[in-house]
Design a protein around this ligand. Structure first.
Ligand code: PHE
Length: 522
């Protein structure tokens, strides 16, 4: 049911989209409507919907529904909303009405020779009953008695007024009691006051016990044979709520991204601007000390742009330092000793990793007075790879970068432990690896409890001085970084085995609608 119970009959209209009030779509409800009309017919000054419900043995809301559907037919009935208050026994009150008040039960459990107090206290009604019976002066305590304090009756008989009053209220004769008495019972939580909203139903100007079902649709047949002239049509209900429009749904990748973003933010990281899929080879490769003959650059891995094929704006001094460190070396490095060409660096590509963004950000940082930073990014990258069940030509990378004086491999391992622990991954191992821009480099493995083996979860390293010093970062500043794909944890989390079920034209949108939000640590 949509809102309150009053909407019983309206629900059907809402889901069918047409806003005509309908009744009788269900036999039981039709029966209630007819029975209600017969009761209204017999009662001269009207009936109360609560009483109708109890006479018909149905829930009050069903009668309310019948009232509403009759109202929609015009003036068959008139119904006025009224609210009345009445007293109702609480669970404890009902128990007392049946078994007597606690104090009366205490009184009757004390024999003539008295009862040891500790024995009395063991009874469920003992504690409350004892103090009430004491203040009623029905019992007394003899503390001098050997064997502990003993309770004796002080009167021969009692009248259990509490029980009597509750019985009166239960019978519906509460009016014989004074307000004060009822409030006292309320204070003892034996009684509560409830407000009941009901309809006072009387005959309307066009009252009838036989109601013709109103038409909800004007059909071509009715128009052709003229029968529409005799028909009664149900009025539109412009108050009914329409069908809720389908709202947007986040793709599972975006849900997992939200979680990773949250983890980085909790760790004090700032998000880098990743809003450029197109990048120059300079920032994607050269600034990262990746030589121009590196296999990753050739046609197999990188998508090159044909228009505009080349980038033209570079920070000139920095570009010269990059050229020098590649071709001649410097900053304590021999370089690669090859003929570095600006034409190669100018080539526009679809970025192959978000480390290009990290390079831009670190260069920017080096142009200011250095302060330690923690950066992250989560965005799309592109690789001209053979497609299979787990690889597409585009995917998302998650990258973390920390720059400060004197950071070591130990800091990197520590941060990775903290990061992966927040993902619910606690067992980590590191394996030496190679990246042109980091030294040392480590692949990160975690123990997969399901697969019972170590699986690769990321790549990491300390950026080389050949990358950082030409940017102008102070000597002594080291930058640790790591990266992983967003697709891998998403596929694991949502139990998707083929990447094509997650991304691309074969994706079933229902999968997107139905995927729950993601909690990485659970
Ligand atoms: N850029 C690397 C990749 O494409 C990931 C990485 C980021 C490695 C930062 C080390 C440091 O896989």
């Amino acid at each position: 049911m949509r809102q309150g119970g009053n909407e019983v009959f309206w629900e059907l209209d809402v889901t069918s989209g047409l806003s005509r009030a309908s009744y009788g779509s269900n036999m039981a409800d039709t029966g209630v409507v007819e029975a209600l009309l017969r009761l209204v017919e017999k009662a001269d000054d009207g009936v109360d919907s609560v009483q109708v419900a109890s006479r018909l043995g149905v829930d009050h809301q069903v009668v309310v529904g019948a009232v509403k559907s009759l109202q929609a037919l015009g003036d068959v009935i008139s119904a006025d909303l009224c609210s009345s208050k009445h007293w109702e026994l609480t669970e404890e009150g009902t128990e007392i009405a049946e078994q007597g008040s606690h104090e009366a039960r205490v009184f009757s459990s004390i024999p003539l020779e008295g009862l040891v107090q500790s024995e009395l206290m063991k009874l469920s009604f003992g504690k409350i009953g004892f103090s009430k019976a004491m203040s009623n002066k029905w019992i007394r305590v003899d503390k001098t008695h050997e064997g502990g304090p003993r309770i004796f009756r002080t009167v021969d008989s009692i009248v259990d007024q509490v029980q009597e009053k509750l019985l009166l209220l239960q019978k519906g004769s509460g009016s014989e009691l004074e307000e004060k008495e009822k409030n006292e019972l309320k204070k003892r939580k034996l009684l509560s006051e409830v407000t009941v909203k009901s309809y006072w139903i009387t005959k309307g100007s066009s009252f009838s016990t036989t109601i013709t079902k109103q038409e909800t649709e004007l059909t071509p047949e009715m128009m052709a044979n003229g029968s529409w002239k005799e028909k009664k049509f149900k009025p539109y209900n412009f108050e009914a709520m329409g069908v809720a429009p389908d709202s947007g749904h986040l793709h599972p990748l975006m849900k997992v991204r939200t979680q990773f973003r949250q983890i980085f933010l909790e760790m004090g990281f700032t998000e880098m601007p990743t809003n450029n899929f197109i990048e120059s080879s300079f920032w994607n490769f050269d600034s990262l000390f990746q030589p121009q003959q590196h296999p990753a650059r050739d046609q197999h891995d990188t998508f090159f742009l044909s228009d505009p094929a080349l980038a033209h704006e570079f920070p000139q001094e920095y570009l010269q330092r990059v050229k020098k460190v590649h071709s001649e070396g410097g900053f304590g490095s021999q370089g690669y000793k090859y003929d570095w060409k600006i034409e190669e660096a100018q080539k526009n590509i679809l970025r192959t990793h978000t480390t290009a963004v990290s390079a831009r950000m670190l260069y920017k940082l080096a142009q200011q007075k250095f302060t330690p930073v923690k950066y992250f990014s989560i965005d799309r990258v592109f690789r001209n790879e053979t497609l299979d069940a787990t690889h597409l030509a585009e995917f998302h990378q998650i990258e973390g970068v920390v720059a400060d004086y004197g950071l070591t491999l130990g800091d990197l391992m520590g941060i990775l432990h903290q990061f992966f622990t927040k993902l619910g991954i606690t067992k980590l191992r590191f394996k030496p690896a190679y990246n042109p821009y980091t030294e040392p480099s480590m692949e990160v493995f975690s123990y997969h409890e399901g697969l019972k083996k170590w699986v690769e979860v990321g790549n990491s390293g300390i950026f080389r001085p050949e990358m950082l010093l030409p940017m102008g970062l102070p000597e002594g500043v080291s930058v640790i970084a790591w990266g992983l794909s967003l697709e891998r944890p998403t596929m694991i989390k949502y139990g998707i085995n083929n990447i094509r079920e997650l991304v691309g034209h074969k994706v079933n949108l229902q999968m997107v609608y139905d995927s729950p939000i993601c909690r990485l640590d659970s």
